[in-house]
Design a protein around this ligand. Structure first.
Ligand SMILES: C[S@@+](CC[C@H](N)C(=O)[O-])C[C@H]1O[C@@H](n2cnc3c(N)ncnc32)[C@H](O)[C@@H]1O
Length: 319
């Protein structure tokens, strides 16, 4: 009974028709492929631990700093080694550059609706404070700042922050971004809070996803929003995000992703719920190899993004 309720809840989250530029299609659970997800979900809610097992590499497990830290030193070393390439649109971060317009469309649509802003104006996020957790070289922080948000970008890799700072300083619209080499949990200790907390493609690289979500929630003001994107722990994701992207197309360096570190949408919804963030909307990203473009979809079997809210009255907590 409980799993059926949760299943129905997940179905209702995937109504990407709410996104202004997306054509509505049937529920994600209407195809045979997604029936498999539905079963997976039912199992997950009863048996699967919320934190998937750590990646099999011994390096990956032995180098985490502590149970409360989100840092996974093995993961961070990978990003440090390619930090100089953040703004090379043909380099290892090419998939993120290609995805950026699509994920920004989701963020603009969901956050404008939540904060009652006009998505069609040039600076819809004016007056809002956003944090981009795991900002890398700033490829998401910069457009958010151009859309008017007061942006803080944090990353655990110092080289990333240096690259982000140098790049943001090239444009007066982005030079006001606050970049810091730190973690979400450190900012929680500083009692920082933001209208929207955004962590794209980060949770699959942290030591403890559930603890990380708790930190993201603590950084979100009551009545605020949290946006997370990641990769589904599905066989399709193994085939495309790892085998194709790393071994065939060489889009990403080999070893960028550990399949066992991925979360299913069901797991993400649950750990966010446990962190007091209610997921309101889920959407998938799909890649069209013919056009070389990504688009939003109701197919969450590989890349997906979640928008959630924290209960409370935002007006009572603004600075
Ligand atoms: C795949 S990149 C995503 C970058 C950016 N969010 C984007 O989507 O363009 C993951 C980033 O998360 C950072 N990262 C990993 N673990 C982190 C942690 N515990 N705290 C902060 N940043 C972290 C890495 O250094 C890296 O820059």
């Amino acid at each position: 009974m409980a799993s059926k309720l949760l299943h129905n809840r997940l179905r209702s989250l995937c109504r990407v028709s709410q996104l202004s530029n997306i054509r509505y299609s049937n529920s994600i659970f209407s195809t045979s492929q997604n029936h498999a997800q539905c079963r997976f979900y039912s199992e997950a809610s009863q048996q699967t631990p919320l934190n998937p097992p750590p990646p099999p590499s011994p390096n990956n497990t032995s180098n985490t700093t502590s149970s409360t830290s989100s840092l996974n030193e093995f993961e961070l070393a990978k990003f440090s080694s390619i930090a100089e390439t953040w703004w090379d649109a043909e380099g290892p971060f090419k998939p993120l550059h290609l995805m950026n317009p699509t994920r920004l469309a989701f963020i603009r649509s969901t956050l404008c609706r939540h904060f009652r802003k006009d998505p069609n104006c040039t600076r819809p996020f004016a007056g809002l404070k956003f944090i981009d957790v795991g900002c890398g070289g700033g490829i998401l922080s910069e457009p958010l700042a151009r859309m008017g948000a007061t942006v803080t970008g944090v990353d655990a890799v110092d080289k990333n922050i240096k690259i982000a700072r140098l790049h943001a300083d090239l444009d007066p619209q982005t030079s006001s971004i606050e970049y810091r080499c730190t973690t979400a949990e450190s900012l929680v200790e500083e009692q920082r809070q933001f209208d929207a907390v955004i962590a794209l493609e980060v949770i699959e690289h942290v030591a403890d996803p559930a603890e990380f979500c708790k930190s993201l929630s603590a950084l979100t003001i009551p009545g605020g929003a949290t946006v997370i994107s990641t990769i589904n722990r599905s066989m399709r994701a193994y085939a495309t995000a790892i085998v194709a992207a790393e071994y065939i197309l060489h889009w990403l360096p080999r070893g960028t992703h550990q399949w066992s570190s991925f979360l299913t949408p069901e797991e993400l919804v649950l750990i966010l719920q446990q962190a007091s963030i209610t997921v309101q909307e889920l959407a998938g990203f799909v890649y069209n190899p013919l056009t070389g473009r990504w688009s939003l979809s109701d197919d969450i079997s590989v890349n997906f993004i979640a928008f959630g809210t924290k209960p409370g009255n935002r007006d009572e907590t603004l600075d």
